[in-house]
Design a protein around this ligand. Structure first.
Ligand SMILES: NC(=O)C1=CN([C@@H]2O[C@H](COP(=O)(O)OP(=O)(O)OC[C@H]3O[C@@H](n4cnc5c(N)ncnc54)[C@H](O)[C@@H]3O)[C@@H](O)[C@H]2O)C=CC1
Ligand SMILES: O=C(CO)[C@H](O)[C@H](O)COP(=O)(O)O
Length: 305
C-alpha cells in the first residue's frame, strides 16, 4: 500500500518508520523542511506541499487502485483544519483520510461530514515509546475505510490486536479522550502515593519502591515504570522538576462530557484541577487565609514572609 503522511514530528515520524518497515510506500510532508528531509532519509518520498503530496500519491497509485490514503499527525485544532482545507480540492469519495492526533471528537464528526473522503478519527496511545512497541489505535468512521486501512493499522499498532474500530465517526477520538481522562487520574493516584512516601515516616528509596511494585504488585503498570524511570533519572526528590503540570485539553473535554452525560468523574476532575492549581497563585486560598483572621483573629501569612 501507499500512504501519505502529513505531520512528521515525534509521532508522525514513527508512523512513517513503521509503515515503511512493514514494506509499504510512504509520501511525506511537514511544514518543517527539516522534518520532511528526515522522513526522506528514512526512505519516504518527500513532498513539498499538501497538494504535491496528493499528486504524488495519485501518480504513484497502481492501476486499479481506488483512491489515495493519507494519515494526518499534526497538532489538534487549526492545523488539522488547515491541512484539510489544502486537501479538499483534491479529495474524492474513494480517498481515505486518517486523523491520528488528539482531536476533539466533535471536530472529527464535523470534519467527517464536511469532506468528500472517508474520514477515520484515530485515537493514538503509546507516545514515542511506540517507535519500538507500536501504538494502541482507537478508530472511528466508515467500516470499509477501516478495513481498507487495516494493513497500515497493523503496521502502526502493536499488531492486529492493537487496533479496533470503535464505531461511527467521532467514536475513536471519543474513546481516546476518555483514555486521557483515565491517564490523568492514574497519574494523580501515583503522584499522591509517592508524595506520601516521600514526606512520610521512612527514608525510602522511591526508585526501589517503584521497581518492587512493578514486579508483581497489583498496581504495576507502564505509568509506574515511568515513575521508576523518573526517580532513576531525576533523583529521589525529582531534582529541579518544577511543581507545575502543563497540558490539560483532553482532560477538560473528558470532564465537560461527563457533566453533559451526568456521569460523576471526581477522580478525573480532581486530577485536572490539580494541574490548573499548579499553574497559579490561588485567590481563593488567600481569601480563606484572610477570613480566618476575620472570624478568629488568626495570623495571616503575608507574601514576603
Ligand atoms: N506526543 C505524544 O505522546 C502523543 C501525541 N499525540 C497527538 O499526535 C499529534 C502529533 O503530536 P506530536 O507528534 O507529539 O507533535 P509534534 O509537535 O512533535 O509534531 C507535529 C508536527 O506537525 C507539523 N505540522 C504542524 N502543522 C502542520 C501543517 N499544517 N502541515 C504539515 N505539518 C504540520 C509540525 O511541523 C511538527 O513537525 C497531536 O495531535 C498530539 O496530541 C497523540 C498521542 C501521544
Ligand atoms: O495523548 C497523549 C498521551 O496519551 C499525549 O501525550 C497528550 O499530550 C497528553 O495529554 P496532556 O498534554 O493534556 O497531558
Amino acid at each position: 500500500m501507499q500512504l501519505g503522511v502529513i505531520g512528521l514530528g515525534r509521532m508522525g515520524q514513527i508512523v512513517v518508520d513503521r509503515v515503511l518497515d512493514a514494506g509499504h510506500d510512504v509520501v511525506a510532508f511537514d511544514l518543517s523542511a527539516e522534518a520532511t528531509a528526515a522522513a526522506a532519509e528514512a526512505g519516504a518520498e518527500p513532498a513539498d506541499s499538501v497538494a504535491d503530496l496528493y499528486e504524488r500519491l495519485d501518480a504513484g497509485a497502481d492501476e486499479g487502485d481506488d483512491g489515495v490514503r493519507i494519515w494526518l499527525m499534526v497538532p489538534a485544532g487549526d492545523a488539522v483544519d488547515a491541512t484539510l482545507d489544502d486537501l479538499e480540492p483534491h479529495l474524492t469519495s474513494d480517498d481515505v483520510v486518517v486523523d491520528g492526533g488528539n482531536s476533539y471528537f466533535e471536530d472529527s464528526v464535523r470534519r467527517a461530514e464536511a469532506t468528500d473522503a472517508a474520514y477515520l478519527d484515530c485515537g493514538t496511545s503509546g507516545g514515542p515509546a511506540g517507535a519500538d512497541l507500536g501504538f494502541s489505535l482507537m478508530v472511528g468512521g466508515p467500516e470499509w475505510a477501516y478495513e481498507e486501512l487495516t494493513p497500515v493499522f497493523d503496521a502502526v499498532a502493536t499488531g492486529p490486536a492493537g487496533h479496533d474500530r470503535m464505531g461511527e465517526a467521532g467514536s475513536g477520538h471519543y474513546v481516546k479522550m476518555v483514555h486521557n481522562g483515565v491517564e490523568y487520574a492514574l497519574m494523580q493516584a501515583y503522584g499522591e502515593g509517592f508524595e506520601l512516601l516521600h514526606e512520610g515516616r521512612y527514608d525510602l528509596d522511591l526508585e526501589a519502591v517503584a521497581r518492587t511494585w512493578n514486579n508483581g504488585a497489583v498496581i504495576r503498570s507502564w505509568l509506574l515504570e515511568l515513575c521508576e524511570e523518573a526517580f532513576r533519572e531525576e533523583g529521589n526528590d525529582l531534582g529541579d522538576v518544577a511543581d507545575r503540570v502543563e497540558g490539560g485539553s483532553t482532560g477538560t473535554w473528558t470532564v465537560q462530557e461527563a457533566l453533559e452525560q451526568e456521569v460523576p468523574v471526581p477522580l478525573i476532575y480532581q486530577a485536572l484541577a490539580e494541574r490548573f492549581d499548579s499553574r497559579r497563585e490561588r485567590f481563593g486560598r488567600r481569601l480563606a487565609s484572610r477570613l480566618r483572621y476575620g472570624f478568629g483573629r488568626h495570623e495571616v501569612p503575608r507574601k514576603d514572609e
